[in-house]
Design a protein. Structure first.
Length: 254
């Protein structure tokens, strides 16, 4: 019997956990599989072990593990597979298929375009757009965010689009914002490439509040419950269930 385990990041902020659960519940309704569970990598429960136990207890023998992550980084390549390999040892008769993060997709980058329009603030000719990524020590993160930034340069009216990061990569969000302010732009748009609300979004908000200037700083909403990202996650589930080619990390053999 098939089962699906959604592995979200987790947050110490209750609102963020609730938002993730609400989003995944919406996607579950689009997937025709009776056994589906939600779990978290850290900072929230149920854990991966607990979520997997529920599925196996209900009779799942083929489990698709879906990382609810935007980009490939340490959680995808290392943290989740380590836990799954521990579970495989205990359940050698269960078949596990590991899906991919959403990755760079035009329909996801287009969400940023929608979030910019939702501000209802028309950009001036000298406006600057800061695309804010989570950041990671994995080099693929900068490659992916750079590709997203290049697409936004091509598809938005901004002549100045720059990527920055909240952790692990440079330039940092703080440095990029200070540089933009020093450059004297009349408007600075901030587009968080984050899926759910949480500590990182709160950090963006507090940083902006601490910078008083003559520039108008416009902070866009995170990606959130946008229909395009719902469809993107559903597609990751379906391709994993149907055992289409998975380019992601291969689990060790038990």
């Amino acid at each position: 019997m098939k089962g699906v385990l959604y592995v979200s990041h987790g947050s110490r902020i209750k609102e963020a956990t609730e938002e993730a659960i609400s989003f995944i519940e919406t996607v579950k309704e689009k997937v025709d599989v009776s056994l589906q569970e939600i779990c978290f990598l850290e900072l929230a429960e149920p854990t991966i072990h607990q979520g997997m136990h529920k599925l196996i207890e209900k009779g799942a023998t083929e489990i698709s593990v879906i990382p609810v992550l935007l980009l490939s980084a340490g959680h995808y390549f290392k943290d989740i597979p380590e836990v799954l390999n521990e579970i495989k040892v205990k359940h050698p008769d269960v078949v596990f298929t590991y899906g991919q993060p959403l990755g760079v997709q035009p329909r996801l980058t287009n969400i940023i375009n929608d979030r910019l329009k939702e501000t209802h603030v028309l950009p001036h000719s000298d406006a600057k757009l800061l695309v804010v990524g989570r950041g990671s020590y994995n080099p693929q993160t900068k490659i992916d965010i750079s590709a997203i930034t290049e697409t936004l340069y091509e598809t938005t009216p901004f002549d100045d689009v720059e990527a920055c990061y909240l952790a692990a990569c440079e330039p940092s969000f703080e440095d990029a914002l200070e540089s933009a302010l020093d450059e004297g732009h009349s408007q600075i748009y901030i587009a968080p490439y984050l899926w759910f609300t949480g500590v990182l979004e709160k950090h963006i908000e507090s940083t902006v509040q601490n910078h008083k200037s003559n520039s108008d700083i416009i902070v866009c909403e995170h990606l959130g419950h946008h229909e395009a990202i719902q469809e993107a996650l559903k597609d990751r589930v379906l391709e994993t269930i149907h055992h289409e080619e998975i380019r992601g990390f291969a689990l060790n053999k038990g």
